[in-house]
Write a protein of this length. Structure first.
Length: 389
């Protein structure tokens, strides 16, 4: 997601070196083999108890993939391992390092720390709802909302990390949970609307609150991004950007991270076909819709990318496209219709809302607001088309 560049001592943190990235990647591979290997053939919601150690660990890893609807611990580990490959390539100045993590800010280690803290706190604070209801709950929202974006706006530092993690768990997560429990489920609305709507409202509240918290810095001085070689925006760039968009919601936005995410969920599908995508069996259709909506978006909005350097074409990948597939059973109309309509409506609506946010409010708020609105509009419209067909 787009973020302004920041001047000052908080802008750049010491980069994770190649050796550290390699060691962490090896540890994640071992953790994946030991703790995450599926031991059942069907999807099941974690029981909310930390006493279920393997279930708890799986829930945390799979949370990194909830935005894409994959619900796969393998995919979560793959996402993180792929990101560490990108960190290694960046530290070694490899040509194949791909798009910069965390919007090219140099703050990825800090954003990942804040996201992980928020996820852990959110899961511990709201796991009891999982236990009491037996229903899926969006405890994953810190990963894709306030936790990393506070770091991107206010810069590196443990005060920012802790503030982002705590606020995302105690403000954003309960709003998203309330949206699903009190609005979406009773009225038959797509859960995506409640989750993303809760993130939009929670994001506004948190960024407003940060202006008065005494330990938070004043808004940083902003400057244009440093000039870089202009991409040609042709075929190779298009395929790279399509892949990178799969991990943009987590603020990775990198081809290696996305490749790890996709390979992880495909591995899950091979060894336990009933696990991914909430046990629906619709993983191929979901990925097809996501690839199509990314391709449509980049074709439609290539000019915006060229003029602005970033455009939120990833928005329907994590909202309208997979929701349409699940809502209508993976029919061809749902795959193509959700992909096309999402690409038409989601990115420009996100950009329009983000452009009207107060100074210092991260554009993720506009992105998730667009996800809520476009999903609320497009899914019922597709329902009418299916009913008419």
């Amino acid at each position: 997601m787009e973020t302004p560049k920041i001047i000052g001592s908080r802008r750049f943190a010491p980069a994770m070196d190649a050796r550290a990235a390699a060691c962490i990647a090896v540890a994640l591979v071992l953790a994946t083999g030991f703790a995450l290997w599926p031991d059942s053939a069907t999807y099941a919601v974690w029981n909310g108890s930390v006493a279920d150690g393997r279930g708890f660990i799986r829930w945390l890893f799979s949370a990194w993939t909830e935005a894409e609807f994959y619900t796969s611990a393998f995919a979560g580990a793959g996402l993180l391992i792929g990101a560490l490959v990108a960190v290694y390539a960046e530290a070694s100045q490899k040509r194949w390092r791909g798009f910069g993590l965390a919007c090219g800010s140099g703050l990825w280690p800090w954003t990942i720390a804040s996201s992980a803290l928020g996820l852990l706190l959110s899961t511990l604070a709201w796991g009891w709802i999982l236990r009491d209801t037996g229903l899926w709950q969006p405890t994953f929202v810190p990963v894709v909302s306030v936790a990393p974006t506070l770091v991107l706006v206010y810069g590196a530092g443990w005060r920012t990390v802790l503030t982002g993690g705590v606020l995302s768990a105690l403000v954003v997560a309960p709003l998203a949970i309330a949206g699903t429990q009190l609005v979406c489920r009773p009225f038959g609305i797509s859960l995506v609307v409640g989750v993303t709507g809760g993130m939009a409202l929670g994001g506004c509240l948190c960024f407003a609150l940060c202006r008065i918290l005494p330990w938070m810095p004043s808004l940083p001085v902003l400057s244009p991004a440093p000039e870089a070689e202009m991409p040609d925006y042709r075929l190779v760039w298009t395929f790279r950007r399509m892949l990178a968009d799969f991990s943009e919601a987590q603020f990775f936005g990198n081809e290696w991270a996305s490749a790890g995410l996709i390979l992880g969920v495909l591995l899950t599908f091979l060894v336990a076909p009933g696990l991914p995508v909430y046990g629906s069996g619709l993983l191929p259709e979901v990925i097809a819709a996501q690839v199509l909506t990314s391709a449509f978006g980049l074709m439609l909005w290539r000019g915006k990318w060229r003029r602005r350097g970033f455009y939120p074409t990833f928005v329907p990948i994590v909202s309208v496209a997979p929701t349409a597939v699940l809502a209508f059973g993976g029919t061809s109309a749902s795959v193509i219709g959700g992909a096309l309509l999402g690409a038409l409506m989601g990115p420009p609506l996100a950009a329009t809302i983000s452009a009207r946010l107060p100074v210092g409010f991260h554009p993720f708020i506009g992105n998730v607001a667009s996800m809520a609105i476009s999903t609320a509009v497009i899914i019922p419209a597709l329902g009418l088309l299916h009913a008419g067909g």
